[in-house]
Design a protein. Sequence first.
Length: 577
Amino acid sequence: MLQELYIRNVALIEEIRLHFGQGLNVLTGETGTGKSILIDALGLILGGRASSDLIRQGCDKALVEALFVVENAQPFRQLLQELGIEWEDQSLVIVREIASSGKTVCRVNGRIVTVQTLRQIGALLVDLAGQHEQQTLLRAEEHLAILDAFGGQPIQRLKQNTAVAYAKYRSAKKELEQAAVGEQERVQRLDMLRFQLEEIQSLRLQPEDEEQLEQERNRLSHAEKLSTIVSHTYDALFTGENRQQPILDSLHKLSHDLEQTIRYDKTLQSSLELIKSAAYQLEEAAHELRTYRDSVEFNPVKLQALEERLAALQRLRRKYAPTVNEILHYADQVEQELNRLENHEENIERLQKNLVKYEQELVAEVTKLSERRKSIADKLCKQIVNELSSLMMPRTAFSIGFSTMADSDGINIDGQLVHVNESGIDRIEFLFSSNPGEPLRPLSKIASGGELSRTLLAVKTILAGDGVETLIFDEIDTGISGRAAQAVAEKMAVVAAVNQVICVTHLPQVACMADCHFMIHKIQQSGRSQTMVKQLTDTERVEELARMLSGAELTETSRKHAEEMMEQARSLKNKAS
């Protein structure tokens, strides 16, 4: 439920804070006072399109903030968990800020989110129906969404299964189309892949080659320097050089001399052991250096071959991938594609079998989905007829026409190729007749504005139990008067008994049913126009209803009529409860 709405610097609104209640919340006011601005502000909270044009002139940003109390918590909690938004109690605060630069910031419970996330959250909080939504009823392509929404979770599961089957079918079809290339193109592709594979395999690469080849090149290219330094170190340790005693001989002599002193002071034993240990380790190092010295080779031919191998590897890295591992992975992919192209006929046959299999699975899923839609279509039609009857359209006939679209590239359904997508094969259209004896015709071609308004209200009434707690009606009662207006008012009151309803209306019949009545008016302050909103008392409601009944000039007769309407509304709501 929308509990509070705060708006600052939006169009003609400088600052407004509204507290909505349960039941029917009605907003009335003369044309041009800013009723549409309030709905636009609510639309921003629900993820609607933002524009810097909405910012009040002279201000650098606009702000809309809404406090919702969510009672149907489970599906909502699951969505917030998926979005990573913390939510501990039933309260949810949504903020939308628009800067003059056009930048918009959205926050949910203090966390910055995207506009798309706002739309996801808003879809579970509010259903907003405006005059423009009558256009939805005029577009046959939108009718399927209404039927599917009526079908609830069973339809959604079937749609998900259909979407999965369609994705598999499309993937199999694309793979077959790619495989069925022209023979000349296939041969050219084979030649190129064979060349690439041979070029890579000719180097006999191993994953560790790159590092080892670099190390080997360093050894060969610096062989003379390595040999000189190692020989010098070995001679210094073991054989001596420049008529100097070898380091190892010196250490052995030091050990022998120190051993002679142990008899006088045994605390020198530790030092002796360290010198002996150093001598042993240096002796081992000398042996390793001698072995290394003997292994160093001066081989210009081998170095040249190594340079050529590294140059070839560098060419492969430029052509195929930056590392040896990635080059080898690419070679595996080339080999797999070669196998497919070389076994072209067998591969085509396999892909054709796959396509047939996935097409059969898709046919099964779209058939189940279509049958389910047809079974619930009758129920939806009956409910719409019942609702329209209560809205002073008792003789209305309503039906849903099903069809498919032929498509030479489609799937085979009962011997016919029909168009298919992730939503199935069905094309539907609402059929309507408001006069007995007249044939059913497309709703979009024969319904009047008032009939469309009442049909939209009927649809929204039926779908009101889908978990959304707040319904917003923005002057969808346009084109309605007399007994039909009274019927619409009573229907809104019935819906408001189980849902919070916020309604912008020009009908006094609807306004008198309000549980909370807000009047929107415009004032002039400091030479500027400003939209204001006031929650009316019962006495003030009488004045507003009288204005709606008689226009600008209020009379005692119109006031009395307004009082009677409010009394009748209270009586009707008491009976309903």
